[in-house]
Write a protein that binds this ligand. Sequence first.
Ligand SMILES: [Zn+2]
Ligand SMILES: [Zn+2]
Length: 305
Amino acid sequence: MAKDTIRFPRVGIHVSAAGGVDLAPARAREIGCEGFQIFSSSPRQWRQSALDPARAKAMLAHRKEWSLGPLAIHCSYLINLAAADAVIQQRSRMALRGELERARALEAEFLVLHPGVVGGQSESEAGADAASPAAPAGERAAAVQRLLEGIAAAAQGFDWGPVNLLIENTAGGSRLAGDFRELRQILDGLAGLPAAACLDTCHCWVAGYDWSTPERYAQFMQTLEHDLGGKRVRLWHANDTQSGLASRLDRHWHIGEGKLGDAAFRSLLQDPRWSQTAFLAETPVDAPGDEARNVAALKRLRTTA
Ligand SMILES: [Zn+2]
Ligand SMILES: [Zn+2]
């Protein structure tokens, strides 16, 4: 492994697996990724595509050849294991099982799951782009319970191999785990499974966590340590945002060009406690070269003052 991967976090971005998963590593490499994320099936369809074993094998070979890692797979946006609706719940469990099986076949280190929406049908139907209202504590507790039961059911008898299930923090409101304490509660309920946290910088900010100055960063880290535990964070989603602090509006933006700006990413990327934790962007692709530019921005911000 190169020397800089010891001192600095590995960086990358979500890349397309269109045409087959075996095509993703070359795309990742071309835009400068060290690690990367993909969807292993269409994220907006319940119907999941089967993984071709030959393509899975080819993908693994390319990753090894080019030392690309970690590999994160992001679950379908339709999955809502916390849904009160029995049909959505059952579909979500089956979909998560499929995600787990494909993650295993691809030897992915991380499978990233959104914890779900209180009472919503699926996250997209609940309006992932809208600021969602807060839900009463009793409803939240019941939703967390359904989520935990759903994960347990989906993972029954599953041979995890290298796969870790990462529960992602959210923009908050009716979505579970906008608050680190709720994320911790979920992870506590998954004790015994290889489960940890993925933190998204945009979601942190719009959920109300502010680290825009060095003093606030120190405070943010204290809160994170106290309410969640830094050791539980295995992956960062690096996204800037144009949404306001505590706005609950989940809109990703180009690294360094939003409300977070360069300083917020420098604080994280240059903090030794995250030097072994990858930062993968999920920024918009509005123009050719946007992916490479965002990866380059992360590389710049991990080393420059
Ligand atoms: Zn994310
Ligand atoms: Zn988001």
